[in-house]
Design a protein around this ligand. Structure first.
Ligand SMILES: [Zn+2]
Ligand SMILES: [Zn+2]
Length: 267
């Protein structure tokens, strides 16, 4: 079957994020490839609809072999749409937090987006995003419980960081304090991804407001991530940030979370 493909000029590779961590931005969302010490690799998040071809050709060029697993930070359509298609091609499992399973097994749709949150094109378009739940079938496996190691991501610890969704997870590598945060927070103004794509300086913002379901939990998750004092953070939306100043900026976001992140109509 012919599938629509994302145009090539909407795809940008994000190299040298941290040792063995590479990324690909597709239109407005990032996916990451994490190399294992033995040469294998795992895909973190699985893109918007029609992006499988772009992810596959990037993966082939970058890693030269199929991914060993796909790990999802959460089940929103911009992070999970191509998981089944890619996992079928690579014959690999897909891991997600158990609390995301209803949204990844076709049982339940996420709450309707709060499209009045923030301004910008993303919020205005959000009623048009796919609403039907994704069904990943029998490839879907539960992430290990809090803090336990995950064989599919050696050296990384999955951390439950709910708020944006109930089963949202982030991944932390203690060795060099690298943090993959999914949508726990963004480094671009999340309601205006397209407008922000031209901005040069990454800046910290809360999670995408139109989709976030529990703001108190989202704040606690950002506080928890700040407490890890990461040196590099790589979000689902926006550019990766690195350096000594990162954890201070994250503390500032956590401290001023209600003003910076929580939209007026839910405050
Ligand atoms: Zn999301
Ligand atoms: Zn997202």
């Amino acid at each position: 079957m012919d599938r629509i493909e994302i145009p090539e000029d909407q795809v940008t590779s994000l190299d040298a994020i941290a040792a063995g961590v590479k990324g690909l931005r597709i239109v407005f969302v990032n996916v990451f490839g994490v190399e294992h010490p033995d040469g294998g690799w795992t895909l973190v998040d699985a893109g918007i609809p029609a992006s499988a071809g772009r992810i596959r050709s990037w993966a082939e060029k970058t890693f030269g072999r199929p991914a060993r697993a796909i790990v999802l930070t959460h089940g929103h359509f911009d992070h999970a749409s191509e998981a089944a298609e890619l996992a079928d091609g690579w014959d690999c499992p897909i891991f997600a937090h158990e609390l995301e399973f209803p949204y990844l097994t076709g049982q339940k749709a996420y709450d309707a987006p709060n499209w009045q949150a923030g301004g910008g094109l993303m919020s205005l378009l959000s009623p048009t995003y796919p609403k039907d739940p994704i069904n990943l079938g029998s490839r879907l496996k539960a992430l290990p419980t809090e803090g336990a190691a995950l064989a599919a991501l050696p050296g990384w610890t999955p951390l439950h960081t709910p708020g944006h969704t109930p089963g949202h997870v982030s991944f932390f590598r203690e060795q060099d304090k690298t943090l993959l945060v999914g949508d726990a927070f963004c480094t671009t103004k999340p309601e205006s991804f397209f407008e922000a794509a031209i901005a040069q300086q990454p800046e910290l913002h809360g999670p995408p407001a139109y989709f976030t379901s529990d703001w108190a939990a989202a704040k606690a998750s950002v506080q928890r991530l700040a407490g890890l004092e990461p040196l590099t953070v790589a979000p689902g939306h926006g550019k990766p940030l690195t350096g000594e100043g990162v954890s201070n900026r994250l503390y500032e976001l956590a401290d001023a979370f209600d003003e910076i992140a929580v939209p007026d109509n839910v405050r």
